[in-house]
Design a protein around this ligand. Structure first.
Ligand code: NAP
Length: 241
């Protein structure tokens, strides 16, 4: 059985991706940081539908915890075939107000976290000469976002990491791609006031906020291909073209 590990699988996009992977027949390791109950409920749901799912708590910004998570995966399943780097945080702040701590936290979770998991997973995947890595970036990593310079920088970094690893790992039969979603209806969007939410929708060419299923569709496409690597797929309603 193929095994998928999803970081930040407890809520939002990650939770939808875990469900989609279980539907595709993968055994799923659902990583969470704070929301143990949500992760466990999702695992129960997958298991009651006939799938295989385990949960694992790990703060992806901590390299030692990430190493332990991959030891857990190896112990439970022997390998990881698919890694989805989805865990992420976002904040709104102006460049003059972003503290060193806020900058470090953003880069630590979104970019360093993705690097730490890729590094551990690559060790396993190179040994087996097989694997697929999908990093969740953002359309704001392609086009800069005002008052989100740290978020944009972290998500651009994820795209750079994706492209470099795609080159480096292709000879080992490992593909590395990114999905750079536009606004998707999750808790992350709840930071917007109702007014800002409506104003944002009025600027989306397709006139709507995306659902988590749009990200799952992009993931399924990437997983279905053995020839796609180093690419960035951006379901964003036409905001960034
Ligand atoms: P969300 O609803 O806020 O969920 C975030 C997930 O990340 C949660 O499962 C959370 O786990 C996990 N997480 C956060 N910090 C973590 C850490 N240090 N270690 C491990 N897990 C951590 O966010 P979302 O909207 O689903 O976003 C998922 C990804 O898509 C993020 O990378 C985000 O940047 C990206 N994205 C989102 C949108 C959007 O509009 N929603 C658009 C573009 C890109 P716990 O709850 O267990 O702490």
């Amino acid at each position: 059985m193929e095994v998928a590990l999803v970081t930040g699988g407890s809520r939002g996009i990650g939770s939808c991706l875990c469900g989609a992977l279980a539907d595709l027949g993968y055994a799923v390791i659902i990583n969470y940081n704070h929301n143990k109950e949500k992760a466990e409920n999702l695992a129960k749901e997958i298991v009651s539908g006939g799938g295989i799912a385990l949960t694992y708590k790990c703060d992806v910004s901590k390299p030692e915890e990430v190493k332990e998570m991959f030891k857990f995966a190896k112990k439970e399943f022997g390998h990881v075939d698919v890694l989805i780097n989805n865990a992420g945080i976002s904040r709104f702040n102006t460049i003059t107000d972003i503290s060193d701590e806020e900058w470090q936290e953003m880069i630590g979770v979104n970019l360093s976290g993705t690097f730490y998991t890729c590094r551990e997973c690559a060790k396993m995947m190179i040994g087996r000469q097989y694997g697929k890595i999908i990093n969740i970036s953002s359309m704001w990593g392609i086009q800069g976002a005002s008052c989100e310079s740290h978020y944009s920088a972290s998500k651009s970094g994820v795209i750079g990491l994706t492209k470099a690893l795609a080159m480096e790992l292709a000879p080992s039969n490992i593909t590395v791609n990114a999905i750079a979603p536009g606004a998707i209806d999750t808790d992350m969007m709840s930071a917007l006031s109702e007014e800002d939410y409506k104003a944002y929708i009025s600027e989306v060419p397709l006139g709507m906020i995306g659902s988590t299923k749009e990200v799952a569709l992009a993931m399924k496409y990437i997983l279905s291909s053995n020839y796609l690597t180093g690419q960035v797929i951006s379901p964003n309603g036409g905001v960034v073209i």
